[in-house]
Write a protein that binds this ligand. Structure first.
Ligand code: NAD
Length: 290
């Protein structure tokens, strides 16, 4: 397939490389001038998109996505697919899809989970919103870049699934860390706490797969000095998107809001910047009841 790839950062770079390695003809563009082995370099987003059957974007936020989409949509052939894999607000995803559909293109919003390791290893999970025809065209590309793609419904629903998932993740990570810090103060051994909770009703992915306590459970960023992993500032981005969506859809999400405020404090006022999101545990260890 002829693919345009715009945004060759930490995630987009390895995703584009995997598509090229699988034999697709990939032309990339990044404002930072990044080049990727096996990927031809274009000198603008428009040039990367012209003549492509699928144009993939992997960009920092919804505003940049809207700007890039306005540039590439008029350059794309009718029937081509605009596939955005960035994490952006639901409103931007839906606006860009509408613009693409009006121009005779298929549009998919397909944010990912799995992080840089998943992008490099081709093991990402895609949560996809958009029409079935576009999904069917993109399917072989999802299979190369990832291990799972779930079609969640019409445009915007991929972003909706992503922020709902990450709102649950942020809140459960916080409460798991709180519980470890409380257990410490009650004299309960961390291994015993893990053994009970990981097989009881308090269990979650945060406990069993990504345990925030070093030396307990499977290997996780806690065992590597809380080096990310999934950085606290990226969790904050997703929690803010969840709150924006909640406000726009008039949904009551008090724990999502509390999680967003706590990660904002951690990243912007404390030492959370650049640390894994599970570093909430050492944060709680240092604090008392107030
Ligand atoms: P990144 O900052 O490493 O990459 C973004 C790239 O986009 C940069 O190289 C930047 O130069 C480029 N860019 C910015 N504006 C551009 C423009 N107008 N035209 C072309 N290129 C432009 O970020 P990343 O970590 O690769 O994340 C990309 C997206 O994936 C984000 O939306 C992020 O939330 C999401 N995401 C990241 C992770 C992760 O672990 N890094 C996990 C899941 C989802």
């Amino acid at each position: 397939m002829k693919i345009g790839f715009i945004g060759l950062g930490n995630m987009g770079g390895p995703m584009a490389a995997n598509l090229a390695k699988a034999g697709h003809e990939v032309t990339g563009f990044d404002t930072a001038g990044v080049t990727i082995d096996g990927v031809a370099s274009a000198d603008s987003a428009k040039a990367a998109a012209s003549g492509a059957e699928v144009v993939i974007t992997m960009l920092p936020n919804g505003q940049i996505l809207r700007t890039v989409a306005s540039e590439v949509i008029p350059a794309m052939d009718k029937g081509a697919v605009l596939l955005d894999c960035s994490t952006v607000d639901v409103d931007s995803a839906r606006a860009v899809a509408q613009q693409a559909n009006d121009a005779g293109l298929s549009a998919l919003d397909a944010p990912v989970s799995g992080g840089v390791g998943g992008a490099e290893g081709g093991t990402l999970t895609f949560m996809v919103g958009g029409d079935q025809a576009g999904f069917d065209t993109a399917r072989p590309l999802f299979d190369i870049m990832g291990q799972k793609a779930v079609h969640c419904g019409p445009s915007g629903n991929g972003q909706a699934a992503k922020i709902c998932n990450n709102m649950i993740l942020g809140a459960t990570m916080i409460v798991t860390c709180e519980a470890f810090a409380l257990a410490d103060k009650l004299g309960l051994d961390r291994q015993a706490m893990y053994d009970v909770v990981s097989t009881s009703s308090g269990q979650s992915w945060s406990m069993t797969t990504y345990c925030p306590a070093p030396g307990v459970g499977p290997q996780s960023p806690a065992d590597n000095g809380y080096k990310p992993g999934f950085a606290a500032d990226l969790m904050l981005k997703d929690l803010r998107l969840a709150q924006e969506a909640a406000a726009s859809a008039d949904a009551d999400t008090p724990l999502g809001e509390a999680a967003m405020k706590l990660y904002a404090k951690f990243v912007e006022e404390e030492d959370g910047q650049g640390r894994d999101f599970s570093a909430m545990l050492p944060r709680f260890e240092k604090r008392g009841y107030s």
